[in-house]
Ligand binder design. Structure first.
Ligand code: MG
Length: 346
């Protein structure tokens, strides 16, 4: 199998400022995997807060290229992934990209869409939440208007004016809200008070209300919370899911955390057996990785896959948004295609 990769900067339609730094773009590395005339695609998304650089990921792909060179599609997909995992250092985003490309490639070899190949529902189309950035409440009415096609809105709290933000939103819309606190609250009693109030405001879930290291407080909070609590930063892969111990009512699965579709599926199965809610999310990804994650949407209680809408230079086609719903095509593989010129021809 021949792996090629290309660093790519995804440019935001609306640059934003976090802690005094203005973010104009997200770095990523796109991959292409070729074998027997078939091609699979994948993406490693590298938002700066994960601390992983483009050169780290390129070095990872360089080593993976040597290993993949010795593999062919005669090998089982799980075997190829196992060989990569056992002989290389952990790189969740890099592994996610290769896992995507392999699944894309193998489904194409079978002449089927990924969902058809896996025996999943090929006709499902479900609503995604759409994030409203709230730098300034004066622009809120306009942002809500721009999101009018979407039936669910997502907002980020964890500020010192959380109640004011919700009250302001409720002057304009009564749509259900996903609330992401990003570890922003510190006191469990205040958190419960806030969640109890949010429960009167048509809020469907609370993502990561407390810091990752406050697990005992999260057990206390989840036992009492009238709104499902969803782990994001607290759960990346299966070992963290198994250690949750009642600290959350559900998990937000992302391919850049799980390191691929295989682990995401294992986590979905385990979480459902535990009675946990499933949320599917993404980092700041293009249509490539977002379309890969959307393949699993039939298993989700909550879907938050709107990242491609953030960019002005999405280098892939794949999923589309119709009236706020995610619609997948039934082309072979994941149904993603690079726009012309993304990968140099050779
Ligand atoms: Mg989150």
């Amino acid at each position: 199998m021949l792996l090629s990769y290309i660093p790519y900067a995804l440019e935001f339609l609306h640059p934003f400022t976090v802690h005094g730094n203005t973010r104009l773009r997200t770095p990523s590395v796109m991959v292409k995997l070729e074998s027997e005339g078939f091609t699979g695609y994948g993406e490693a998304c590298l938002p700066p807060y994960l601390g992983q650089t483009v050169s780290d990921t390129v070095a990872f792909f360089k080593r993976a290229t040597e290993l993949l060179n010795m593999m062919s599609t005669e090998h089982d997909l799980e075997f190829v992934l196992m060989m990569l995992r056992s002989s290389m250092s952990a790189d969740y985003s890099g592994m996610a990209a290769i896992d995507m490309a392999l699944n894309d490639l193998y489904a194409k070899l079978h002449g089927k869409s990924y969902r058809d190949w896996k025996g999943f529902d090929t006709g499902v189309s479900l609503p995604t939440a759409h994030t409203i950035g709230i730098a300034d409440t004066s622009q809120l009415a306009q942002k809500i208007e721009e999101a009018k096609a979407f039936s669910i809105l997502k907002i980020k709290l964890g500020t010192n004016r959380d109640r004011e933000i919700i009250e302001c939103i409720r002057q304009h819309t009564d749509k259900p809200l996903f609330v992401d606190v990003n570890q922003g609250w510190t006191d469990k009693h205040q958190a419960l008070e806030m969640i109890t109030w949010l429960n009167t405001q048509n809020v469907s879930l609370i993502e990561q209300p407390l810091p990752v290291n406050k697990k005992d407080d999260m057990i206390w909070l989840t036992e009492r919370s009238p709104v499902p609590t969803i782990a994001d930063e607290s759960v990346r892969r299966m070992h963290e899911l198994k250690a949750l111990n009642g600290s959350y009512a559900g998990i937000n699965i992302k391919l850049m955390k799980s390191a691929g579709l295989g682990e995401a599926l294992r986590m979905i199965e385990f979480a459902k057996n535990q009675g946990l809610k499933i949320m599917l999310g993404c980092m700041a990804e293009s249509s490539c990785a977002t379309t890969a994650m959307a393949q699993l949407m039939q298993f989700a209680d909550f879907i938050d896959l709107d990242a491609p809408l953030l960019y002005k230079n999405d280098p892939f086609t794949g999923l589309t948004y119709q009236n706020g719903n995610i619609v997948l095509n039934n082309l072979p593989g994941l149904g993603v295609a690079p726009k012309p010129g993304l990968f140099p021809s050779h």
